[in-house]
Design a protein around this ligand. Structure first.
Ligand code: ACO
Length: 327
């Protein structure tokens, strides 16, 4: 096997404004108790007016570049996983490319909903394996608060804004990314959608009155698909990496619901400290969720050299993904 790709820097950024469950109690018919017990979320960060997806992505990226000790102009490629870009055109990646002065980098967005970061990381991994000199910035960034119907208590309590980033380059034969696993099932796409404001249902009175500009989710059905898919990709990834369940040092899963994380923890028979949890602080930040968690695990010293790490995600589409790596 040739040299693997390796993460040499991580960064994250969340907007300053915090919306707590208590705040939501005064906005809609809900309670801190319902939200906490059903989801594990206590608060989420919300972008302020004028604060956009690319702003969060740029700030997270600067932190990742600083840790990696490289300059924007050294980057060869920028990949952003997102479902809430500033605009349909240009991509968030191009805005990041300009802000970082990454003059020799290509730039593209990847549309894979909550799996956007792991899909993007998988693409970066393939590039770096074929050219280990490459330096690739991989980002997950979302401003979901602008695609949430703040009157709909079944969805608005779940989501938050933020961004996470990682710098990937060639490593040695030990450590780094071992395997990547991408999956999708478009047959059940209607269970989780933002139907409107694309080219099929462009802006018009009827679309807006139907609320199709917002996230719609059949929560219970999505839950069932999510646990099944996440367990399956976990088993597939562990087999590919040649790891037994007890060997895993840290599971970094998409932070969608504490009950999904708890279910996975039980199925994998992992102790509590091996499952990274920060959903209480951020809610579901979609593509930003895994890289924010990765950065927090990294900066807090939770990740040690040689640790066996599994990252998994699941989102609309449906898409799901897994990445194994040795830290
Ligand atoms: N406050 C109070 N009550 C509420 C709220 C709320 N915020 N929301 C719903 N309820 C009520 C419902 O109306 C319902 O009342 P009823 O029994 O009188 O009809 C009751 O609570 C139960 O509602 P359910 O939807 O059955 O609640 P559930 O236990 O399934 O939890 C949840 C809902 C949290 C959404 C859960 O289903 C879930 O987490 N699903 C998966 C989410 C996920 O993984 N998404 C994937 C990624 S997201 C992405 O890709 C962008």
């Amino acid at each position: 096997m040739g040299p693997r790709s390796k993460i040499i820097g991580t960064g994250s950024f969340v907007p300053e404004k915090v919306l707590t469950n208590k705040d939501l109690e005064s906005m809609i018919d809900t309670s801190d108790e319902w939200i906490s017990t059903r989801t594990g979320i206590k608060e989420r960060h919300i972008a302020s007016e004028g604060e956009n997806n690319s702003d969060l992505a740029i700030l997270a990226s600067k932190r990742a570049l600083e840790m990696a000790e490289i300059d924007g102009k050294d980057l060869d490629l920028i990949i952003v996983g997102t479902l809430t870009p500033d605009m349909p055109m240009p991509s968030v990646a191009c805005l990041v490319q300009c802000a970082l002065g990454a003059t020799k980098a290509g730039a593209m967005d990847v549309s894979a909903t909550c799996s956007g970061f792991l899909y993007s990381l998988s693409i970066a991994d393939k590039f770096v394996r074929s050219n280990p000199q490459m330096k690739i910035l991989v980002i997950g960034s979302e401003v979901l608060s602008r695609r949430v119907n703040w009157q709909d208590r079944t969805t608005c309590v779940l989501f938050g804004d933020g961004a996470g980033a990682a710098v990937v380059t060639g490593g040695d034969e030990k450590g780094g990314i071992i395997s990547t696993h991408l999956h999708a099932d478009g047959s059940v796409w209607e269970l989780l959608t933002i139907r409107g404001l694309g080219t099929k249902y462009p802006v018009d009175e009827e679309i807006l009155s139907k609320g199709w500009q917002y996230i719609e989710m059949q929560g219970r059905d999505v839950f069932k698909h999510a646990v099944r898919a996440l367990e399956s990709v976990t088993n597939e990834a562990l087999t590919a990496a040649g790891w037994e369940k007890p060997e895993l040092d840290l599971l970094i899963a998409h932070q969608a619901n504490i009950r999904i994380l708890e279910y996975l923890r039980e199925r994998l028979e992992l102790p509590r400290d091996k499952v990274f949890i920060n959903i209480h602080k951020y809610g579901n930040t979609s593509a930003a969720s895994v890289p924010i968690a990765l950065d927090e695990a990294n900066r807090s010293g939770r990740l040690k050299k040689g640790d066996k790490v599994l990252m998994i995600s699941f989102g609309g589409g449906f898409t799901w993904a897994g990445v194994t790596m040795e830290w």
